[in-house]
Ligand binder design. Structure first.
Ligand code: NAD
Ligand code: G6P
Ligand code: MN
Length: 443
């Protein structure tokens, strides 16, 4: 029997991650055949630069694959099997605000953590729900796989407002860290072992890592993390710039606080907030690094490809971000039952945690979606931290839903990165001004 060929829509076609995703889809043809690749974005000019380059890449490597791009939802969302979403609402200009405003008040300024992440959440909810609605109108059988950040807040919103929709929220940090863990103990990649992990998005721990014969690999990985954090001797992998290396080093300290488990790097922003703020360059944040680095590189490389009329010598390559979402699309399409870490409703999987919390857990993925694996009870330290964080995320979604200033103030105050209600209010008042075009009206 011929294998099904899928039609893929990349929503946020103008994303810096788009070329690596296209290359991954082209390289994965045997495992996950594709008949059509489409892009959708609300910024025609930005998307066109990437689209013209990707058109050349596709025509050189797989001319049989159809390619289209559009800013029109009807055109973009018709005849689609899988939507891969990676919106950045407000783009890098707003990421810069999310980072710099909290820093001004000596609070962690970060894309997805603390007040910056919550502010970004209030921008992302509406546009991601809009994608779900377009998909259901024009391709009702399709799945939406969402990377758009902050994935935790977006996931709480899709749980509440689109509970019957075929949407799966995901994060690439666990797979990126698992690839590092594999390499530091001499294995090829994450597929060489099976892991158990629990937590929230950008807020979790590995409790078990075993090879396929059931041998425990945690002691060896833990020995590396105790000495080097998640730093390693290779340039392989997505997170290798100097600011990321600092974060990879921080895992060493995070592991000391909880030596039984291995930490997600993002715990740094909650458990090491003081040193993060102390060491940050508050005038030149990660957004600035990307504007001058990844974004510049991606757009220049696209323009070079178009000017030369060929992508034969391109430096674009697939990465973990691309392989993870393609693995997920493949599991849904071909019922592979692959074990993957997803952001899902708890529903008892963590026995002593709220059933209506969006948590990050291992799942088995097949044609009908995912089955969440049971974790049992979690310890008091992790449970307490997670309860505070989930309350902060839920209050942010309440604020969006009710247009409530008070709820957003409480959300910021609840966050472990924020020292007091007073500081929360000062940050919120600064953020209100710059987010006015994106947030619901708060009163
Ligand atoms: P980017 O700014 O380069 O791309 C985002 C694109 O989204 C832009 O082209 C923008 O025009 C478009 N966009 C914004 N609002 C839109 C809307 N309402 N409708 C349609 N298109 C819209 O950003 P990037 O750095 O490539 O990241 C893309 C997204 O992926 C971000 O949200 C980022 O946080 C997220 N991301 C998530 C993970 C994860 O682990 N979940 C990993 C990597 C990136
Ligand atoms: C990881 C996280 C993503 C986040 C990204 C930021 O991959 O899982 O959620 O968006 O890092 O990376 P950047 O290079 O944009 O700072
Ligand atoms: Mn993530």
């Amino acid at each position: 029997m011929n294998k099904k060929k899928s039609s893929i829509l990349i929503a946020g076609g103008g994303s810096t991650y788009t070329p690596s995703l296209v290359i991954m889809l082209l390289e994965g043809q045997e495992r996950f055949p594709v008949r059509k690749i489409k892009f959708y974005d609300n910024d025609a000019e930005r998307q066109a630069v990437l689209a013209e380059a990707c058109q050349i890449i596709i025509s050189e490597r797989a001319p049989e694959i159809e390619f289209e791009y559009s800013t029109d939802p009807a055109e973009a969302f018709s005849d689609v099997d899988i939507v891969m979403a990676q919106l950045r609402v407000g783009k890098y200009a707003m990421r810069e605000q999310d980072e710099k405003i909290p820093f001004k008040h000596n609070v962690v300024g970060q894309e997805t953590c603390g007040p910056g992440g919550l502010a970004y959440g209030l921008r992302s909810i509406g546009p991601v729900l809009e994608l779900v609605d377009y998909m259901e109108k024009y391709s009702p059988d399709a799945w939406l796989l969402n990377y758009s950040n902050p994935a935790a807040v977006v996931a709480e919103a899709t749980r509440r407002f689109r509970s019957n929709s075929k949407i799966i929220n995901i994060c690439d940090m666990p797979v990126c860290l698992e690839d590092i863990m594999a390499r530091v103990i001499g294995l090829k990649d994450r597929k060489d072992f099976e892991t158990t992990y629990f937590g929230l998005n950008h807020f979790g721990w590995w409790t078990s890592i075993k090879d396929h014969d059931g041998n425990d690999l945690m002691p060896n990985i833990s020995a590396h993390v105790k000495e080097y954090g998640y730093t390693e001797q290779t340039q392989q992998g997505q997170h290798k710039e100097s600011s990321w290396l600092e974060t990879m080093w921080a895992a060493k300290e995070l592991h000391e606080i909880e030596p039984k488990y291995l930490p997600n790097t993002y715990l740094k922003y909650y458990l090491m907030a003081d040193s993060t703020v102390a060491h940050a360059n508050k005038n030149y944040t990660r957004a600035n690094e990307i504007i001058d680095g990844r974004e510049k590189y991606v757009f220049e490389e696209c323009r070079r490809i178009v000017a030369n009329g060929t992508a034969k010598d391109t430096t674009f390559a697939s990465n973990e971000h691309a392989s993870f979402i393609t693995d997920l699309a493949c599991a849904l399409t071909f019922n592979t039952k692959e074990r993957m870490i997803l952001i899902v409703e708890n529903n008892g999987a963590i026995a002593n945690f709220a059933p209506d919390a969006m948590v990050e857990l291992p799942c088995l993925v097949g044609k009908d979606g995912y089955e969440v694996l049971s974790i049992g009870e979690i310890p008091t330290f992790q449970k307490g931290l997670m309860e505070q964080q989930i309350a902060s995320e839920k209050l942010a979604v309440d604020a969006w839903e009710q247009g409530s200033y008070q709820k957003l103030w409480q959300s910021f105050t609840m966050n472990k990165t924020v020292p007091s209600a007073k500081v929360a209010k000062e940050i919120l008042d600064d953020m209100l001004v710059v987010n006015e075009p994106y947030w619901p009206k708060l009163s």
